[in-house]
Ligand binder design. Structure first.
Ligand code: ADP
Ligand code: MG
Length: 700
């Protein structure tokens, strides 16, 4: 007989209605199954006893044997706390309670040996242990002690209400007794044998009651693999379903636009990475399925030409194409770069932004609908309902982190049939994360810069060295180069930022006086037309210095600009710093990035600055960023569920993730519908998963 794991937790021995209620509210545990999948956060050695003089200031869990020599109630801001002096032969520490003082005081005995277990803090010259688990030594010695005692996730409320780690441990024991530890297998025989995984049953037992270090490690590996494997399987299946359901326009041929461009107008030889990526895109466009591809490439890796050539394929097949960028400046720039080319190929191209005039708009709307207009470049304005294409075949979105998923899908609905979608991003998403977050997109990577690029030299300078930095700027301008000076723009203190920018501008204007020096200034409070005017002056080389907020962060291309100075660099995130640095190093000259900061720096800021100085590799930087910030801030992670992992760690378990993805792919390649006998168990589990949403709510 097997116990139904969907049984409410209330029925389990040792739980009861009150505890069940708390477990539901605090940990989301409703059923036996939820409880079995409450995996320990970590394990501690309960066979090791510390002396007071061995304690370290590391906030670790320890157990100490000693006696309580006195109690004291200390008044504090809100109420009182109870402090017990706890002593062994090497010294004294304090045990502290903030709640339940009366009961605790009455139940504890003075001068009797106890084992105190908990985390220690260092506070005004002494160690203290708040709300310790206390057990009389003679009782303690009757219990079995493990070197791998599991520590379960908990909340303050749970421990306040007496649901300690020990209690959770006990009820999980009851659960194993009631179910006789019989849990069905959720991975296929093949996977188990190929990866030498232990069975589900064994893994669950050892994760809760490790028999040895070795078995614990095996249990962890098996459960992490399983968790990541099913996430990957879900993503890949979603992708397969998408491809089979949503028909794209098959672009069967590569025609004269593409070929003429390739033969007569290609301004440089494509890098191998660009060629590879174009092939990948070409294959997608030629298939029957709708393309849904993410193109990742570091700043300056040459994504624009790939975008253009993809659009030419669309045009060759009689379709329209559009390219959407996050800012007006960027749209204009794309437009300017593509305009002449399109002219020489006899292609009609227009730009649509927030500042397009009514008449212009009308013309654009009309020529889009009747199909005369072939390529439309623009901002969010492209998403307006009025913008209707005759036959949009390919939509390209540049710098995708600025746009949400919702916007992506809005482009889809501009047609009866969805256009092919190419999303380009210069914020490299670490491969690890991309695999889990964008598993339902296909990914192309340009991992090679055009030849002859010199690495940008990056240095960190303190504000007090500003005079040297100014001297350096002067020398570079002397050589005919242009300079960016960027100030932070952080929403919360917009006023302050504006003031910093203006103060900075004034001091720069003083040191670099007209008419010898000309300075452009660009910031968010300016009208688009004024911004554009200032940008153009810099692009044309009429000004040598561009003082700006981060509006220039993405995409701006001025090859002659060779110095990027970032003020208050400690206030920028890593990916932003990297984006900004990408504005220089675009020409043949040696370029420089100077990170200016004050003297006081947090550890994270130091790491960010050191990383920038050490490497130019966007992917490496993205990995550090991920470690510093966690995956939460990275676009798309919220929806993807990678943050709700129960046991695997998206960063540390990178290798397991790769293996999980590899195997999920391999299995689906051979058996896309998972109908073979061998894969029955996978299909069953997958279906359970879709039913219960949470990866772990499925064993039946
Ligand atoms: P990003 O990937 O940042 O959008 P761009 O497409 O703006 O990069 O390209 C950056 C610069 O490199 C542009 O000036 C572009 O003309 C140039 N470029 C792109 N591909 C090549 C190549 N294969 N060889 C030489 N220069 C290239
Ligand atoms: Mg670009």
């Amino acid at each position: 007989m097997s116990v139904n794991l969907q049984t409410p937790i209330d029925y389990l021995k040792g739980v009861g209605p009150n505890r069940a209620d708390l477990l539901r509210k605090e940990l989301g545990i409703y059923t036996y199954q939820d409880l079995i999948n409450l995996f320990p956060n970590r394990y501690i050695d309960r066979t090791r006893y510390y002396k007071v003089n061995e304690l370290q200031r590391n906030n670790a869990d320890v157990q100490v044997v000693g006696t309580i020599t006195k109690f004291e109630e200390v008044a504090q801001k809100n109420g009182k706390r109870l402090v017990a002096t706890f002593q062994d032969e090497t010294g004294t520490m304090e045990l502290v309670w903030f709640r339940g003082l009366k009961w605790i005081r009455e139940s504890l005995k003075l001068n009797k040996p106890y084992v105190a277990f908990g985390k220690t803090n260092w506070f005004s010259g002494k160690y203290n242990m708040p709300h310790p688990e206390l057990e009389l030594l003679e009782e303690h010695e009757k219990n079995i002690r493990s070197a791998m005692q599991p520590i379960y996730p908990s909340t303050e409320k749970l421990s306040n209400k007496g649901i300690s780690n020990r209690v959770i441990n006990k009820i999980i024991q009851h659960l194993f007794v009631e179910t006789k530890g019989q849990f069905s297998e959720t991975l296929s025989e093949n996977l188990l044998s190929e990866l030498k995984l232990i069975s589900k049953k064994e893994a669950l037992f050892n994760i809760h009651f490790p028999k040895s270090q070795e078995l614990l490690a095996k249990a962890q590996f098996r459960l992490k693999f399983e968790e990541l494997f099913y996430i990957q399987l879900q993503l890949l299946i979603k992708n397969l379903i998408h491809k089979s359901k949503i028909k794209g326009f098959p672009f069967e041929k590569v025609g004269s636009y593409f070929n003429t461009f390739f033969k007569d107008h290609l301004p440089f030889e494509l890098t191998n990475a660009q060629k590879r990526v174009l092939k990948e895109i070409r294959a997608d466009l030629g298939s029957n399925a709708q393309m849904n591809r993410l193109l990742q490439g570091d700043v300056g890796s040459g994504k624009t030409i790939v975008a253009l050539m993809s659009m030419l394929i669309a045009l060759d097949n009689g379709f329209q194409a559009c390219l959407m960028a996050p800012t007006e400046i960027l749209s204009v720039q794309h437009y300017n770069r593509l305009y002449e080319l399109c002219n020489s190929l006899n292609i009609s191209i227009k730009i649509l932004t927030g500042s397009s005039k009514t008449l212009e708009r009308k013309e654009i709307h009309e020529s889009l609908e009747n199909g005369e207009l072939q390529i439309l470049i623009g901002t969010h304005a492209l998403l307006e309902d009025k913008v209707k294409f005759k036959n949009l075949g390919l939509a390209i979105i540049d710098e995708q982190h600025r746009f949400g998923v919702a916007q992506r899908s809005k482009l889809w609905h501009k047609n009866l049939s969805p256009p092919h979608i190419l999303v380009m991003t210069a914020t490299p998403i670490p491969r690890t994360l991309a695999m889990s977050v964008y598993g339902d997109l296909d990914i192309s990577i340009i991992d090679e810069l055009p030849p002859g690029r010199k690495q940008v030299k990056t240095v960190h300078r303190y504000d007090k060295n500003r005079l040297n930095v100014f001297r350096f700027i002067r020398d570079e301008i002397e050589k005919g180069r242009q300079i960016y000076i960027v100030y932070p723009l952080i929403q919360e203190s917009e006023k302050m930022d504006y003031k910093d920018l203006m103060d900075g501008y004034e001091s720069i204007a003083r040191d670099f006086p007209m008419p010898k020096y000309q300075i452009s200034i660009v910031h968010g409070k300016m009208k688009p037309a004024d911004k554009e005017y200032e940008m153009q002056r810099f692009i044309k080389g009429e000004t040598q210095i561009m003082v700006a907020t981060t509006v220039i962060e993405v995409g701006v291309n001025v090859p002659n600009a060779s110095v990027m100075i970032i003020e208050s660099a400690e206030r920028f995130g890593l990916s932003q710093l990297h984006q900004l640095r990408g504005r220089v190093g675009r020409g043949a000259e040696q370029s420089y990035c100077i990170l200016m900061t004050g003297h006081k720096l947090s550890n994270d800021s130091k790491t960010r600055l050191e990383t920038m100085v050490r490497t130019n590799d966007g992917f490496e930087i993205a990995e550090v960023d991920l470690r510093l910030r966690g995956p939460g801030d990275i676009m798309g992670t919220q929806q993807s569920g990678v943050l709700n992992l129960k046991i695997a760690d998206i960063i540390k378990d990178n290798d397991i993730l790769k293996s999980a993805r590899y195997h999920a792919k391999r299995i689906l390649n051979n058996d896309p519908t998972l109908t073979s006998t061998e894969n029955k168990v996978l299909l069953h589990t997958y279906k359970q998963l879709s039913k219960y949403k949470n990866i772990w709510n499925y064993i039946s």
